[in-house]
Design a protein around this ligand. Structure first.
Ligand code: URA
Length: 151
């Protein structure tokens, strides 16, 4: 995700507020549990007033995210929303153009000679405001499920 909101900052855990509850439902619908996936954010502290993280803040936190990914060695990453997608894919194309297909980015992120696929999708906070986008997200999740042999 992007970065901790107020509730996440208070509890020191990512996605434990309203968007996190929806994310938990999505994960459950994929026949997974929150414990079976690793949830993390691009920026590690809540930007004041819940504003979007600034490029310098993202650049400061990115080495920590990359260190997490080096330890995790994920085969599939689902980026939630534009911030996470832009940070990992190093592009500023609109999320609506990037979502719905796998992007290859293993080398750049954490390890040469290892594949890592990134599936961008809409952020759950966006889905709370735009429930009509849930269908597209579910299509994206089904692609991940097929890739992981979950369906
Ligand atoms: N939104 C995010 O991007 N991350 C969180 O941890 C919570 C809400």
């Amino acid at each position: 995700g992007e970065g901790p909101g107020q509730e996440e900052d208070r509890r020191g855990e990512p996605f434990v507020g309203a968007a996190g509850a929806l994310l938990g439902k999505i994960i459950g619908a994929m026949n997974l549990t929150r414990e079976a996936v690793y949830i993390c954010n691009v920026v590690k502290c809540r930007p004041p007033g819940n504003r979007n993280p600034e490029p310098a803040e993202m650049a400061t936190c990115l080495p920590f995210l990359k260190a997490q990914l080096r330890v995790l060695q994920p085969t599939v990453i689902c980026t939630l929303g534009a911030c996470a997608t832009h940070a990992l894919l190093e592009t500023d194309a609109p999320i609506s153009r990037l979502r719905g297909r796998f992007h290859d980015c293993g080398d750049r992120l954490w390890s040469p000679n290892r594949d890592c696929l990134v599936m961008p999708t809409f952020h759950p906070a966006y889905l709370l405001r735009h429930p009509e986008a849930k269908r597209a997200v579910w299509e994206d999740m089904q692609k991940i499920m097929r890739k992981l042999g979950l369906s």
